[in-house]
Design a protein around this ligand. Structure first.
Ligand code: NAI
Length: 336
């Protein structure tokens, strides 16, 4: 199948080209993000492949449809960037990569927790300037702390398993609980209880209309003073402005982000010689207790290989008119 890959980076080209030897698709790598401005680049491609910050809304889908696209391949697990209902109306099939490495995202999440707790990012910077003082680097034992895990799907489950090893008490919240995860050290609770009792809160639920600004002023007020908040899922799960206010009053003790509400204009690019005009984002970067990575939790060799293999397999299944099992249907959006 002839496929245009939007938002392609060098590593996408490498992993997809390597895996494609076994598939033989005709792949065209495009650097621009898919949007109403760039959609004309997809003209004549039956397959279009997109990543997390491509904009696949109704007008873009209509333009794709008019120009002959019949399949949108998401090289991500999340599918909040696409209007699934509109795709279904137009008869455009959508397939994603539901599981490429829950370990990659979990391990990055744990990395953020440990770095923020033990201030490894600050120690690194200090050491390079010859400052070996421990002042300001005091952490806490993760052992015995209460961690709230919001969303116990593929990634949340691995988070549970790893934090068990640290000896944490785990509070879980998910509209579809997996009771097998419960035990002496883990139980499902209402969201309110999770927020009120947790020393660390980590988000692993998808972005849906119901979860947008899940952590807002009201939720923040419920949280323990000094709480550590981690978001490696999707930026809009947090009301970033409200979070900044909570950082200023020190109600939030530390914040680890791999995603940001307006990351589309920032992440996956080198902006080091440019002026960043997003004042909310730059304010976040000024806090010593905030650690931001630019949507890299997925970024391991294993994950890239699995993303390419599943995506190209999804295209092959579509061509054979067979289900891949990875189709995204409107019902999935409503379930969240
Ligand atoms: P999943 O679909 O396996 O699990 C999501 C879980 O969240 C489900 O169990 C669902 O019932 C639950 N959920 C839905 N609404 C909820 C709510 N209001 N409160 C609590 N739980 C709720 O998804 P998976 O693979 O675990 O991924 C989770 C999210 O991680 C993805 O949706 C994606 O946004 C994000 N992600 C981020 C990556 C990164 O590089 N930073 C990479 C991959 C995924």
């Amino acid at each position: 199948m002839r496929v245009a890959l939007f938002s392609s980076q060098r590593y996408d080209r490498d992993s997809f080209s390597f895996v494609n030897d076994a598939f033989g698709h005709d792949l065209v790598f495009l650097e621009p993000r898919l949007s109403q401005e760039s959609v004309a680049l997809a003209r004549g491609f039956p397959g279009v492949c997109v990543f997390v910050n491509d904009q696949v809304d109704a007008p873009v889908l209509r333009a794709l449809h008019d120009d002959g696209t019949r399949l949108v391949l998401l090289r991500s697990a999340g599918f909040n960037q696409i209007d699934i209902e509109e795709a279904a109306r137009l008869g455009i099939a959508v397939a994603r990569v539901p599981e490429y490495s829950p370990h990659a995202v979990t391990e990055h999440t744990i990395g953020l927790i440990l770095s923020l707790d033990r201030k490894i990012h600050r120690a690194f910077n200090r050491g390079r300037e010859g400052n070996f003082s421990l002042d300001g680097l005091l952490g806490f034992d993760l052992h015995g702390k209460t961690v709230g895990i919001v969303g116990t799907g593929r990634i949340g489950k691995v988070v549970v398993r790893i934090l068990r090893g640290f000896g944490c008490r785990l509070l879980l919240h998910d509209p579809f609980p997996d009771r097998a995860l419960e035990g002496d050290d883990a139980r499902y609770v209402a969201m309110e209880d999770l927020l009120e009792e947790s020393d660390v809160v980590t988000l692993h639920c998808p972005l849906t209309p119901q979860t947008r600004h899940l952590i807002d002023v009201v939720a923040l007020r419920r949280m323990k003073p000094g709480v550590m908040l981690i978001n490696t899922s999707r930026g809009p799960l947090l009301d970033t402005r409200a979070v900044i206010e909570a950082l200023k009053t020190r109600h939030i003790g530390s914040l680890g982000l791999d995603v940001y509400e307006e990351e589309g204009d920032l992440f996956f690019r080198d902006l080091s010689d440019q002026v960043i005009t997003d004042d909310v984002f730059t304010r976040l970067l000024t806090f010593p207790n905030v650690l931001v990575t630019s949507h890299q939790a997925f970024f391991t060799r294993e994950a890239l290989h699995n993303i390419a293999t599943t995506t190209l397999g999804n295209a092959a299944a579509f061509e054979r008119n067979e289900p891949s099992g990875n189709e995204v249907l409107p019902a999935a959006v409503r379930r969240g």
